[in-house]
Each structure stands twice: as structure tokens, then as C-alpha cells.
Design a binder for this molecule. Structure first.
Ligand code: ATP
Ligand code: MG
Length: 392
């Protein structure tokens, strides 16, 4: 019996003329994720991608697990390939679904006939196959409202397919279909979640991280790199930029009023992120900020930060509670790494009494009292890049 995986598109089915571009991007993303498992043939028709394994011993469970994390997919299922002939559909349904049907109490049959040349209409397929399965499995009764098992028969262009599972996909749009943006990635809980959320909207993520040795350690950097690697499960490959930030932080400490440390530091982070974004073709910045979480995340503080930004700043966690952010962090497996206790450059030189409602004019005046430009340039030049690839 030949088994394949059917991948049903999410939101991209609504796309008009450029649906093909989305489809190509999704196919490319699926190919990349499956490369290390074996050979597959991928084809697309009727808002579905068919993944056909070409090698003998491919673990389809592993395939569905990987494909389940690819954005752009509403649902996926393992299905048995049948001839477009009711007799074959009947035999294969019994054989392919034997284990699941012999344990279940209730079921229903659901038929979809996109090939209108097929001689039986959908209700007929349901009634015929339902009757046969009832006879074959005396343990079963029909429950059309809330069945334990839904046997689905899809009659499509070249074949018919039978399946009984529908796995929820990751949703969203294929990564890369919305362009690229730069994620300010700390070692905390929020920013990896922010990156995941934007990747879900089809954004290809690059990441930037600021280190301040000796105030921050190698272990702290390693933790952020681990987070970056984990994000590749959902985001695909990520270019990771590591910025030497010590001199800038020391200059802020030596030259600016303490209550403005954090805001000025964030403005300088944004400035550096934008310069690297320009080189790396990133069209927006992404942070893990959430309104009201800390002093630098009030609306007034965000306004002062955004005043230096020439490209949009996305804060997908902005309206989320910490508990919601943590829930997502657990789902994407970044939480346990994020809570490892290493220092971040943001926690070095934290002011005792940060300004909660800073005024832009005051911040600008404080920042302009020192010429940060040479240090900004030096930090940009000293930035090191490495690429994290999806790895399994
Ligand atoms: P997170 O959990 O993402 O660290 P947070 O609640 O700890 O967020 P802050 O430390 O104020 O908040 O940081 C706010 C945002 O600034 C982070 O979400 C992240 O996008 C960015 N950020 C903070 N520190 C760094 C860093 N060292 N490198 C890169 N970006 C950073
Ligand atoms: Mg943090």
C-alpha cells in the first residue's frame, strides 16, 4: 500500500495572482526540511501539496512532525493512495484503516469529489463505504455529529486518497513570502516568541544580539545561540549578528544621566540594528517588548526608542500577558533555555530609578551631549555574523 502525505494550505489559498509564488516558497521550505530524511517527490494541485516518499524505509511520523512546524500549512494528513475506482477504495480503506477502525466505537465517512467525472457522487460514496465498513467492523456505529474516527475519501485528479487523521498545521504564511526583518534577540523569554510570531506571518528572520564582555559571559552568548538554533525549526535559516556593545554601554554610563541609561541604550541598539538591516536587506525590526512589562516598555519609552527608527518596529508580543508569552515559549521549546540564569547586557548598568515617562527632548539632549557616532561605527564594523541552519 502506498502512503503519502497531503498538505492543505492555510491562508495562502486566499491569495490571487501571486498564489503560485507562495506555493513555490512553501514547496521549497518543505524540501529543505525533509532533505535529511530521504528522497521525496513534491507536487501541488488544488491548494494541496502531495509529498510522496521515494525511498523504502522513510519514517512518515518524523515527516509529519517536521512538516507540522512549517508555516503556510493549515492541516496535513497521512493518506493511502487508491485507484480512482470504488472497489479499490473499498479494499484499501479496510486494510489501511484496519487498526484504527477495529478499536473505535463510532465513525462517519466524509467524501470529497473534486473530479466530477468520477461516477459516484459524494453522498453515494459515504453511504456505500459506510455500509461496507459497518458490516466489516461490528464494533462500529455511525455518529455523524461527533464521531471518534472520520474516514475521509478524496477523489482528486489522478488518484483517490483515504485517510482518517487530520493534523493541525502551523498556520500562517510560508517563511520568506513577506520579506526579511531583523529580530533583536536577547536571551530572555519574549524575543524568541516575537521571532516565531513574525516568521508565522511569512517573515524571514535575521537576528541581532548585543554582548558586553566582560560584563556578559560566553555562556550568555551560547544561550542566545541555542535559542537561535531552536528557532530554525520554525524560521528556517537565520543569519545571526553579534554586536560588541561594551564600549557603548560604558560611554552611556560615563556620559549620560543614570535615569536615561536604558532608553539611550535601546536607541543605540536600534540604530545599530538598522545599519546592519540595510546591509542585510531587512525591512523592519522586531523586538519582544510588551506594554507595561518594565520601565523601558511604557508607551512613552517606546516613543523615544522609535524616534530613531527609520523602518517599522514590530512588537508582536505587545498586547500579550507574560503567561501567554510563556505558553508560546513552551510550545516552541525555547522556554527552558530562556530561563537559564545568565546576564544580559540590558541588566548591566540598570538604573536604580529609570524614567517611566521620559520626554523625547530630554533624552535627545542627554544623548547629544556625547558623540556616539564613532562608537556606533566601530560596533557595526566589529559585528560578527554566522548562519544557523535547520538541523536534524
Ligand atoms: P526578553 O525576554 O525578550 O529579553 P525582556 O522582557 O527581558 O525581553 P528587555 O530586557 O527590556 O525585555 O528587552 C526588550 C527587548 O529588547 C527584547 O525583547 C529584545 O528584543 C531586545 N533586547 C534586549 N536585550 C538584548 C540583547 N542583548 N541583544 C539583542 N536584543 C536585546
Ligand atoms: Mg531581556
Amino acid at each position: 500500500m502506498k502512503e503519502i502525505i497531503l498538505v492543505k494550505y492555510g491562508e495562502m489559498v486566499l491569495k490571487g495572482l501571486n498564489k503560485r509564488t507562495f506555493e513555490d516558497m512553501l514547496t521549497k521550505n518543505i524540501k529543505r526540511r525533509l532533505k535529511s530524511i530521504g528522497h521525496f517527490q513534491l507536487s501541488s494541485a488544488q491548494s494541496t501539496t502531495y509529498i510522496t516518499p521515494l525511498d523504502e524505509d522513510i519514517d512518515l511520523g518524523e515527516v509529519t512532525e517536521r512538516v507540522g512546524k512549517i508555516f503556510g500549512i493549515a492541516a496535513l494528513c497521512r493518506a493511502c493512495v487508491c485507484e480512482k475506482d470504488f472497489e479499490d477504495i473499498k479494499i484499501k480503506s479496510i486494510e489501511y484503516l484496519y487498526d484504527i477502525l477495529s478499536c473505535a466505537k463510532t465513525f462517519k465517512v466524509n467524501a470529497k469529489r473534486s473530479d466530477k467525472a468520477f461516477p459516484m457522487k459524494s453522498p453515494e460514496i459515504c453511504a456505500e463505504l459506510g455500509g461496507i465498513l459497518l458490516e466489516k467492523f461490528p464494533n462500529l456505529t455511525v455518529d455523524v455529529k461527533n464521531p471518534e474516527v472520520t474516514v475521509t475519501v478524496e477523489v482528486r485528479d489522478t488518484n483517490a486518497y483515504v485517510h482518517a487523521e487530520n493534523i493541525k498545521g502551523a498556520g500562517g504564511l510560508p517563511v520568506g513570502s513577506s520579506g526579511k526583518a531583523m529580530l533583536l534577540l536577547s536571551g530572555g523569554i519574549d524575543s524568541p516568541v516575537a521571532g516565531y510570531m513574525m516568521a508565522k506571518r511569512g517573515v524571514h528572520i535575521a537576528a541581532i544580539h548585543y554582548v558586553s564582555p566582560p560584563y556578559t559571559s560566553d555562556r550568555a552568548l551560547l544561550k542566545v545561540e541555542t535559542l537561535c538554533q531552536k528557532l530554525t525549526d520554525y524560521c528556517g535559516s537565520i543569519a545571526f549578528f553579534c554586536v560588541p556593545f561594551t564600549e557603548i554601554q560604558e560611554a552611556i554610563k560615563d556620559n549620560c544621566p543614570e535615569e536615561y541609561f536604558t532608553i539611550i541604550m535601546r536607541r543605540l541598539m536600534m540604530e545599530i540594528a538598522q545599519r546592519i538591516s540595510e546591509k542585510d536587506n531587512c525591512l523592519a525590526l522586531i523586538t519582544g517588548e510588551s506594554v507595561g512589562q518594565v520601565a523601558s516598555q511604557t508607551m512613552a519609552a517606546m516613543a523615544c526608542t522609535d524616534a530613531v527608527c527609520r523602518i517599522p518596529v514590530f512588537r508582536p508580543c505587545v498586547g500579550m500577558d507574560k503567561t501567554e508569552i510563556i505558553e508560546t515559549a513552551r510550545k516552541i521549546d525555547t522556554f527552558e533555555t530562556s530561563i537559564e540564569p545568565y546576564e544580559d547586557c540590558c541588566t548591566v548598568f540598570t538604573p536604580r530609578h529609570p524614567k517611566v515617562k521620559p520626554k523625547l527632548a530630554d533624552i535627545e539632549k542627554a544623548q547629544n551631549s556625547f558623540d556616539f557616532e564613532p562608537l556606533i561605527q566601530k560596533a557595526v564594523e566589529g559585528t560578527q555574523m554566522k548562519v544557523f541552519e535547520y538541523q536534524r
